[in-house]
Ligand binder design. Sequence first.
Ligand code: FAD
Length: 412
Amino acid sequence: MSDATVIIAGAGQAGAQAAVSLRQEGFEGHIVLLGDEPGLPYQRPPLSKAYLMGKVEEPGLLLRAEKIYADQRVQLMPGERIESIDRAARTVRLASGQVLGYAHLVLALGAINRPLPAAGAGLDGVGYLRTLAEARDLRARLPNTKRAVVIGAGFIGLEFAAAARAQGIDVTVVEAAPRPMSRVLSEPMSRFLTARHEAQGVRILLNRTVSGLRGEQGRLSGVELDDGSVLEADLAVVGIGVLPNTALAQAAGLAVDNGIVVDENLLTADPAISAIGDCAAFPCAYSSQGLMRLESVQNAVDQARCVAARLAGKPAAFNAVPWFWSEQYDVRLQMAGITSRHDQAIVRGTPEENAWSVFCFRDGAFLGAESVNKTADHMAVRKLLAAGVALTPEQAADPSYDLKLAVAAIGK
Ligand SMILES: Cc1cc2nc3c(=O)[nH]c(=O)nc-3n(C[C@H](O)[C@H](O)[C@H](O)COP(=O)(O)OP(=O)(O)OC[C@H]3O[C@@H](n4cnc5c(N)ncnc54)[C@H](O)[C@@H]3O)c2cc1C
């Protein structure tokens, strides 16, 4: 691989990291980083937070300055869409007609918004929030928005709700499940976030789905719910999840199962193709749920580093501890581990003081924790999980049990 070409398909969080990490790991071959969005690779997390609130401008979103790609001898090709992969010839064909050869192809294609299956979804005033272009459009609309409806109480929907509410907009969130983020958050945390939003004046309607969007002269005027009621709205933001970009891989004959299937080394069944980030379904060392797909900066960055090390001749199985964060009002939520299947949630600290954690267990086995403004808990949990320390429910429930000491004891 030393003088070979690595093509990285998708210039998002994972792709940009893979390019830079390849050089850091000592790879001396040719690196091509191509993606279909215009401009330099940027961060998505601020799109639903600081950028939406006007606290950061577009240059502040860039993952790295342009000079770094040049210094690292990365051939950056923005605005280029890969249309097909020829695995036998080891080439990719771009929409521009160009054909590029590779020794190794890293698929870092991310995901697209799950479209709202309702009439009127194409009206002016109905938006999504994944790309900079979409965030730019929403940010420009906020000053003229009186009433916004957020469809889906996931992280992006709730972060948008918080940002819009902070700008004085009347916000209603519509969620099909009985509580926000029921699949990823514990009940106490979900209740806490709901209360936090309601205290700020956001209305959260649970067990409700959107049956259609109403418009006047092509512009959104209201959101119709399954009980027949209509919420007046001049802006609706759809946040009902994403679909991984698997079509290219599938058309090339690679296995797809809610993501491009890879092994513990993040390699597909084709030894010349890896997949990383939001588009990859991998066997997660911290979950017994079979293949998993994670949508987080940590996952994108750590998987990129793992593949870069392998391509530079230092193979190792991927086993980074999963973690994630969200920001809403004065709540900095940090999660470590895969806690979705917990059957016991133990609260440590005081929610009333806005600094606390929920420790999650299944059949007594420690899965991870959710922390609000408790970075020390979060960091300790990441270290305990990485070291395989089996924290017990009794220890988590005991306020005098010192997590710092438990971390200090690792390896002793
Ligand atoms: C609004 C928002 C807020 C978020 N907040 C957080 C947060 O607070 N914390 C956190 O951990 N995570 C957060 N995330 C998730 C995180 O940003 C993603 O998990 C991460 O960006 C995934 O990186 P990726 O490289 O796999 O995919 P992406 O960053 O999506 O990059 C994939 C790129 O591939 C391109 N592409 C797709 N198909 C092709 C093709 N055929 N040819 C060429 N290019 C193609 C796409 O256009 C895209 O640019 C947030 C995401 C969003 C959208």
